[in-house]
Design a protein around this ligand. Sequence first.
Ligand SMILES: NC(=O)C1=CN([C@@H]2O[C@H](COP(=O)(O)OP(=O)(O)OC[C@H]3O[C@@H](n4cnc5c(N)ncnc54)[C@H](OP(=O)(O)O)[C@@H]3O)[C@@H](O)[C@H]2O)C=CC1
Ligand SMILES: Nc1nc2c(c(=O)[nH]1)N=C([C@H](O)[C@@H](O)CO)CN2
Length: 235
Amino acid sequence: MTSPILVTGASQRIGLAFAMHCLEQGTPVIATYRTRRPAVDNLQEAGARCFYADFATNAGIDAFISTLREETASLRAIIHNASDWLPESPDSDPAEVMAAMMQIHCTTPYRINLACRDLLENSDSVTDIVHMTDYVVEKGSAKHIAYAASKAALENLTLSFARLLAPQVKVNSVAPSLIMFNEGDSEAYREKTLKKSLLGIAPGETAAVQALQFLLDNPYVTGRSIGLDGGRPLV
Ligand SMILES: NC(=O)C1=CN([C@@H]2O[C@H](COP(=O)(O)OP(=O)(O)OC[C@H]3O[C@@H](n4cnc5c(N)ncnc54)[C@H](OP(=O)(O)O)[C@@H]3O)[C@@H](O)[C@H]2O)C=CC1
Ligand SMILES: Nc1nc2c(c(=O)[nH]1)N=C([C@H](O)[C@@H](O)CO)CN2
């Protein structure tokens, strides 16, 4: 019996695309959502076990961990995808922005990895954790300072958990820059952002799905970050 892959934040975009990809490959999926969209119904109909989870509080994290442990005795992989891209703004409290960013991008993966490591180790084959970080870990961000810092913390978790869990569990990051725009992104923003990379495209979810599948398939990569950035560092 193939152990399931946990994908957090799977109600839309990259998380949804990877969850669907896993199901199409015949791999069971446990997916979390915070907003019940029609896509979650589609995911459920495709065979995923979908659970509500709001990681904004530690109680929310712990409630999901309890649900997960009731649901399965083993995991093939954990994909920490859930994320909020919060900018600094004049009407937001910097302390609240930093707390929210560290909660979703650092505390949530940290607590789930520690509480569920045995589910990954209860496997007769090597298993995986993947943290979805961000290109800005390398460069910082003037407009998403707390976000970038929290993703840098997540990147460091990759190093620590790779040390802690080897050789049974591989732990890596995928560090995207622009993958896909959000509804409401202006034409001016889109044009400006596309110019930030050598390849000048927004590749869409498939690029992220391919990177994630590469990490799950490759037996000799751990503690590393796969840059998914169209050559942005060279611009
Ligand atoms: N898209 C891009 O171009 C880029 C993406 N990345 C990273 O890749 C990953 C996927 O990106 P993308 O698909 O755009 O992500 P989204 O912005 O679509 O966020 C993914 C999901 O995270 C969930 N989420 C947010 N906050 C919480 C919370 N407190 N508790 C539980 N779930 C929460 C949301 O759930 P719901 O909608 O159900 O409320 C959302 O659907 C992210 O980690 C992102 O930072 C990095 C660089 C570029
Ligand atoms: N959780 C999210 N994180 C990020 C998103 C997003 O939509 N959701 N988008 C970006 C941008 O595409 C950026 O990489 C390019 O401007 C970054 N993080």
